[in-house]
Design a protein around this ligand. Structure first.
Ligand code: ADP
Length: 423
């Protein structure tokens, strides 16, 4: 029976949370999209439903989140976690407030804490203000985000704009006193009629204390960091065994490949490093802006090279080339061209026997997972922070997948991933 049910508002965020839970001792399975009513409940301690609701119309985000909640409740989950971005990505219209309101109402719990802090990644909350590294959220670059510009770092104000309910604060002075003080402060806020409490946290000890304070809460909302302390509550209650390797995955054999569609700096460095060690094909969508041509070039190149060593196929390019393709085709069409090509290449590689695959890029991962018909990922060991190996199952063959948000991972990420035991 699953213990913790999670609803994540985007795909790589879901994986990040799942990886955190495995690290803290839970067996975790990620389901892609709202599961069908007849989807079998996976054998896991935590189930994470990955939605694409962060920037969806508010009504759609609410509808999908409630459908995910209903499924997770039927699966027996005792506590629900609503996962959003550690930079609180949202607009005055939502979707964090409206989705949280709907979940609070459906659960009848009247209250939920809200804590996006993730100190290991530089996100901390102090006096209700969210910092990214040393900068206020509103001066961190996030104020220029194309979809969810964050121009106010005061989360009590930000969340208040998204809900009819009132929002309180558990300040750092209380958090520093530990779990009992935090729990008492949350109870007082609830009794005062507040539906939410932004909770300060600047390091992992704070997150562990907040997790302990939230034992028994029907709903918790936050970034993946606040999940750190939750498994211990279930162990304390005798519901979760101490597992030697909660990230154990079935072994697979087959060819190995990297598909990169991210143009983020970290990925460009990783491709540069891989070039010296692995057979690498760099596609040029600007010179050849045609899905079929890109796919046949990649498949012809791959044919003789699939074997003992991993291969790398990258569409990634620096800012000038990306801008040139976008100027030629338009932003959306340029993205779709490359995503469609990478998805078709992934399909071709799986047909050719690839069973271990790394995908670089959030949107690219979404396109590939959809094309491969993957609906379920069992979460394995972490390769680099936020990126685990997974075991993917769906309409196609079972395989190992590592889905990397563009900016994640060290320079030698690809080699390191394939060198891991069982990978
Ligand atoms: P990240 O996680 O780094 O944001 P994504 O995969 O989410 O990576 O986004 C990268 C986007 O850039 C995708 O839509 C991809 O199709 C597109 N893209 C990849 N290579 C190129 C290129 N050479 N020119 C233009 N766009 C590209």
């Amino acid at each position: 029976m699953a213990l913790l049910g999670c609803i994540a508002d985007d795909f790589t965020g879901a994986t990040d949370l799942a990886s955190m839970l495995v690290g803290a001792g839970m067996r975790a399975v990620q389901l892609i999209g709202v599961p069908d009513a007849d989807t079998a409940v996976p054998d896991a301690d935590a189930i994470i439903v990955a939605l694409k609701s962060r920037t969806a119309p508010v009504a759609d985000a609410i509808g999908e989140s409630l459908a995910a909640l209903a499924w997770l409740q039927r699966a027996g989950c005792q506590q629900i976690f609503f996962k959003y971005c550690s930079t609180f990505d949202s607009t005055p219209a939502g979707n964090i407030g409206p989705v949280a309101d709907a979940l609070v109402e459906a659960l009848g719990c009247g209250f939920a804490l809200a804590c996006p802090a993730f100190p290991a990644n530089g996100r901390s909350v102090f006096q209700g203000h969210l910092f990214v590294g040393g900068a206020l959220l509103s001066e961190s670059g996030m104020e220029h985000h194309p979809l969810t510009p964050m121009t106010d770092a005061n989360l009590v104000r930000v969340l208040s704009r998204q809900t009819e309910a009132t929002v309180g604060l558990v300040p750092f002075a209380t958090v520093a006193q530990g779990a009992v003080a935090i729990r008492r402060a949350m109870t007082t806020l609830k009794e005062q009629g507040r539906r939410y409490a932004i909770v300060d946290a600047v390091d992992n000890a704070d997150l562990l204390a907040i997790g302990a304070a939230a034992a028994g809460h029907a709903l918790i909302t936050g970034g993946s960091g606040v999940a750190l302390g939750l498994p211990q509550n279930f162990r304390d209650a005798g519901l979760l065994a101490v597992l030697e390797n909660p990230g154990a995955l079935p072994s697979v054999s087959g060819h190995a490949a990297v598909l990169a569609g991210s143009c983020s700096r970290a990925t460009l460095f990783q491709i540069g490093t891989a070039r010296d060690h692995l057979a690498t094909l760099e596609l040029d969508p600007l010179a050849e802006p045609d899905v079929a041509a890109l796919v046949s070039r990649a498949m012809e190149w791959a044919r003789g090279r699939l074997g003992a060593a991993p291969i790398v196929i990258a569409a990634s390019a620096g800012p000038e080339k990306v801008a040139a393709l976008q100027a030629k085709l338009g932003r959306d069409a340029a993205g779709a061209l490359v995503e469609n090509a990478m998805a078709a290449i992934a399909e071709g590689l799986v047909a050719a026997g690839v069973r271990r695959m790394i995908v670089a890029g959030g949107e690219t991962s979404g396109a590939i997972v959809t094309r491969l018909g993957v609906r379920k990922l069992r979460i394995g060991a972490e390769i680099d922070p936020g990126v685990p190996w997974t075991f993917a199952e769906g309409s196609g063959p079972s395989m190992r997948l590592a889905l990397k948000s563009g900016n994640f991972g060290a320079r030698d990420f690809f080699m390191k991933a394939f060198a891991m035991e069982g990978a």
